[in-house]
Design a protein around this ligand. Structure first.
Ligand code: AP5
Ligand code: MG
Ligand code: ZN
Length: 211
């Protein structure tokens, strides 16, 4: 089954997607990760996207939709997880069209519910590997050696948009643009809600049972 995983910044979309890739062989499409790779490689897409990401704003729909369209064309027949896309109703409508042209569909749109205080703890404490992108947390998932990635030995840093003032904008952007997706997917009969405010392992167990 193909799924959309959505929720606030810090809800655990990336963490759960990585588990689904590792343990269920699914294919992760993370628009945030794709933009961060483009920024690292200094491509035209990256330079454009960074202007919005550094402020905590959304990259314009047309840019994101074209990028996802290209990924969907190269995905083969693996089941996929959309992590961080769609995050506007316009993106969700475009996704529906892109999939139906390919005889594909979303089986479930799964919302990870996490209270704001917990989101702030997760976002301010998150650290990511500069090289392989592995995700850590200074309290709940620290690296073995301070600021060094367990997996590849590179430096582990804070994401640019995990600074306090940008976090506030991201949360507002999320409430205004992405929360309406709940009613959108309820209307399509595809909506599932999971309590994301428990250990990653417990969330993953529920996620597996839903899929
Ligand atoms: P994106 O990278 O998607 O950021 P986001 O949506 O803000 O979500 P995050 O990646 O911050 O959180 P997450 O839910 O993946 O949490 P994680 O698992 O890492 O997008 C970045 C930017 O790109 C956007 O602001 C926008 O500008 C642009 N963009 C991307 N997609 C776009 C689109 N479709 N349209 C327009 N613009 C777009 O976990 C967070 C932390 O919590 C980690 O430290 C983790 O270890 C910890 N943690 C995770 N789960 C648990 C748990 N169960 N218990 C305790 N700690 C946990
Ligand atoms: Mg993420
Ligand atoms: Zn690494």
């Amino acid at each position: 089954m193909n799924i959309v995983l959505f929720g606030a910044p810090g809800a655990g979309k990336g963490t759960q997607s990585s588990l689904l890739v590792e343990k269920a062989g699914m294919f992760q499409i993370s628009t945030g990760d794709l933009f961060r790779t483009a920024i690292k490689n200094k491509t035209a897409l990256g330079i454009e996207a960074q202007k919005f990401m550094d402020k905590g704003a959304l990259v314009p729909d047309s840019i994101v939709i074209d990028m996802v369209d290209e990924v969907l064309s190269n995905i083969g027949n693996k089941n996929f997880i959309l992590d961080g896309f769609p995050r506007t109703v316009a993106q969700a409508e475009a996704l529906g069209k892109m999939l139906s042209l390919r005889n594909m569909e979303i089986g479930k749109a799964i919302f990870l519910e996490v209270p704001r205080e917990e989101l702030l703890v997760r976002l301010t404490g998150r650290r990511v590997c500069k090289s392989c992108g592995a995700v850590y947390h200074i309290q709940s998932k620290p690296t073995n050696v301070d600021a060094v990635c367990d997996l590849c030995g590179s430096e582990v840093v804070q994401r640019n948009d995990d600074k306090k003032d940008v976090i506030a904008t991201r949360l507002k952007t999320y409430e205004d643009n992405t929360l309406p997706l709940r009613s959108y997917y309820k209307g399509l009969g595809r909506y599932v809600e999971i309590d994301g405010n428990q250990s990653s392992e417990s969330v993953f167990d529920i996620l597996k049972s839903v899929i």
